[in-house]
Design a protein around this ligand. Sequence first.
Ligand code: ASP
Length: 584
Amino acid sequence: MFRSHNCGELTAANINTEVTLSGWVQKSRDKGFIVWVDLRDRYGLTQLVFDEERTSKKLIEQAQNLGREFVIQVTGMVIERASKNPNMPTGDIEILVSKLTILNESMLPPFTIEDKTDGGEDIRMKYRYLDIRRNPVKNSLIFRSKVSQEVRNYLSNEGFIEVETPYLIKSTPEGARDFVVPSRMNQGEFYALPQSPQTFKQLLMVGGMDKYFQIVKCFRDEDLRADRQPEFTQIDCEMAFVEQEDILNVFEGLTRHLLKEVNGVEVEKFPRMLYDDAMRLYGNDKPDIRFGMEFGELNDVAQHKDFGVFNTAELVVGIAVPGGNSYTRKDIDKLINWLKRPQVGALGMVYSRCNDDGSYKSSVDKFYDQDDLAKWAEVTGAKPGDLVCVLSGETNKVRAQLSALRMELAERLGLRDPKVFAPLWVIDFPLLELDEETGHYHAMHHPFTSPKPGQLELLDSNPGDVKANAYDLVLNGNEIGGGSIRIHDKETQAIMFKHLGFTEEEAKAQFGFLMDAFQYGAPPHGGLAFGLDRLVAILGGQETIRDFIAFPKNNSGRDVMIDAPAPIDEQQLTELSLKLNLKS
Ligand code: ASP
């Protein structure tokens, strides 16, 4: 028996019992005649005491030679501590050790294994197994496990079946590059790792599994933006014989269940917002609605004066910054410089101060009088004491820029409280999206998404206007899930492929299996997938997903612990009939 108790559970109630504990040496304090050691395991810390008067000299020497992170087993008596530590669950007691066994020694760890460590990100990634011993990472993994468990509880109760789908497949079109795996047995041929199990879950619906879910790894070879991982986890779901309303209700239920069970938070019915409204009011398809600062479009009130910049702009749009009139000229200049950085790319910003006496003072007073500025305030909802910030230009760009400004200011104003949860469904996404570079349309969600009833005809005349039965679940300004009602007949699917630029042969070669399946009684179906890593991070009140992943990759997609990716040896290349053609 390695342990009778764990290191987090002993309290005053256990005083005078003999216990055996196993764990790691967190740290020790050596006073010569008395030595204290903090023993750690997954459950907590327990203080051990070795005392010349009460235990043997030999035992004290043994304790004095313990290094940090040694793995030990001790047997001893639970006693009351002389000086108690109310901040520790085990702070009332200590163990008077009578027997110490070293189970394994440890090299000196490259960083301190404490909540606040001296180790930088890189070194902690290299020794991730040591980082996992630290509370912040350990607790994040435990938290993630709880979320996954609750997902399974909820969906199983709703009658969902958990089905695994293969990882060695053919390309799935989720808009990224595939990771590919060469096949030894089929020389010259490659598998692709799934960007998601999309086609398989649809085939499960054809197979009659009318409620499917899976907690599943997905792989996308994208240029890594901050806080993205090349492999990530989805809660992937699909249902047959459902309409959009059914799906929204079931997964709103799941999200509400998680918020309640994991965070102890009850939320009202989730609001729904049209994609077009989200873009108009927040410049963004995943608006953070924990705070207001909605956009006010100012074309009607700011154009046709003598200010050329606004007159030639497609969109003039502003937000009211609560209390922003207190910003000094210097603060505002800094804000303008922030907006002009290439990451945001605005050309400048016009502003109007809303004074407490009801008057206005703007950066464009030459062109706008008090009545004009009063209208700006009215449209943006500004009150005395606020600052109206106005941007202008090409609609999509200017919306993105103002959205960035809104989020930045909200952050600075402390309006993005991680303890407040504001879920939101964004619905009626466009079916297609124009790729500015190529001039081609591609599927905004994926090619299996169905257009809204009666809109198929629009595909020829106004492809950009066609709306889809597609929806996203947004939580605190993050897209945590998205899905759609699918096309379930071969003809419509063929029309979609054609509009996405596939020839008939290409569509058949890539998705023939799905089109074939649709000829054998495919039921109406739809689904969605949640990004589990991000969902867990948000529920855990954190901005980054890395701590919630046991073995994450770094920003260049490397696992620095196992040193992957790595070259393979000649022998493996020969077996696969592959030759490298590296550009030095
Ligand atoms: N496969 C989709 C995705 O990964 C989700 C869905 O449509 O169900 O985003």
